[in-house]
Design a protein around this ligand. Structure first.
Ligand code: CP
Length: 307
């Protein structure tokens, strides 16, 4: 169903296609031998023009676990981009060496551009402040596995909702499910962009509220999605320093939350979740990172057409 397809934005796959990916992810998670060696002879090119730990290494681990190979670079200084080569030329060449390309690039729209010049599928691993669809797959599968489904879900997004591409992608993806409510918790300077609230949520009649007070709304939430303030996207360092500790989730604040709350975070974390919360059974962010590898295995196997 997904054979030969690129993944650029959070809505590229239908809800039915996502359900199939979630089922496949469960099989991979539960059976260490499932799909092993299924991608033998396939090569993943991982082109990271921006830093990454989870996305790059989970993609590489996923392809290696499927029996395939990996090549690529972890920072643009070691590629010919540093000599002025265009993204289009880089992609034309790399797609002649590989079977699938995973790319992270600071420019919004770069993944779409890459897909137009590539002869193999392109997976967007983050394009600036725009989208990060495989983080969204990770977030969705984690909620699905821990909660069962998405119905009557109230999710709070907290932190840097302006630059946080994972928030933009997850809000878009969840707006396709019924009876989902969203609460956007941010300082005024880091509010969710209007194109998300007015176009994406408005189009799907999604109920949402905005606030700057986490302590006022935490008890209403089924899922709390914490995010870091994205230092690398600020033009003004003083502004970053002023806003960086706007929210810190502490054990004291968790006392106000529901027993079944699920706390997610795409990671990396800086200061926004106190380490004392890590041992709370409601803290699911490290489990979430693990699910990220399983769902990337399911995605690669599907795009390679081996399932
Ligand atoms: N969540 C995420 O994208 O993490 P990395 O930046 O480490 O890949």
């Amino acid at each position: 169903m997904l054979q030969g397809r690129s993944l650029i934005g959070p809505d590229d796959f239908s809800v039915a296609e996502l359900d199939r990916l979630f089922e496949l992810t469960a099989c991979i998670k539960d059976d260490a031998g499932y799909l092993r060696q299924s991608c033998r002879g396939k090569l993943l090119a991982a082109l990271f023009f921006e830093p990454s730990t989870r996305t790059r290494l989970s993609f590489e681990a996923a392809m290696l676990r499927l029996g395939g190979g990996v090549c690529g670079f972890a920072e643009p200084g070691s590629s010919s981009a540093s000599k002025g080569e265009s993204l289009a030329d880089t992609i034309r060449v790399v797609s002649s060496y590989s079977d699938v390309i995973v790319m992270r690039n600071p420019k919004e729209g770069s993944a779409l551009l890459a897909s137009r010049y590539s002869s193999v599928p392109v997976i967007n691993a983050g394009d600036g402040g725009h989208h990060h669809p495989t983080q969204t797959l990770t977030d969705l599968v984690t909620i699905k596995h821990l909660r069962g489904d998405f119905s009557r879900l109230t999710i709070g997004f907290c932190g840097d909702l302006k630059f946080g591409r994972t928030v933009h992608s997850l809000a878009s993806a969840l707006s396709r499910y019924v009876n989902v409510k969203m609460v956007f918790i941010s300082p005024g300077e880091l509010k969710i962009p209007e194109y998300i609230t007015q176009t994406v949520l408005g189009k799907n009649n999604i109920e949402y509220t905005e606030t700057d007070r986490l302590e006022k709304v935490i008890s209403d939430l089924d899922v709390l999605y914490m995010t870091r303030v994205q230092r690398e996207r600020f033009l003004n360092e003083e502004e970053y320093i002023r806003l960086k500790d706007s929210y810190i989730l502490t054990a004291k604040l968790m006392k106000r939350a529901r027993d079944k709350l699920i706390v997610l975070h795409p990671l990396p974390r800086v200061n926004e979740i106190s380490v004392e919360v890590d041992n709370d059974p409601r803290a699911a962010y490290f489990k979430q990172a693990e699910y990220g590898m399983y769902i990337r295995m399911a995605l690669l196997a599907s795009i390679m057409g081996v399932v």
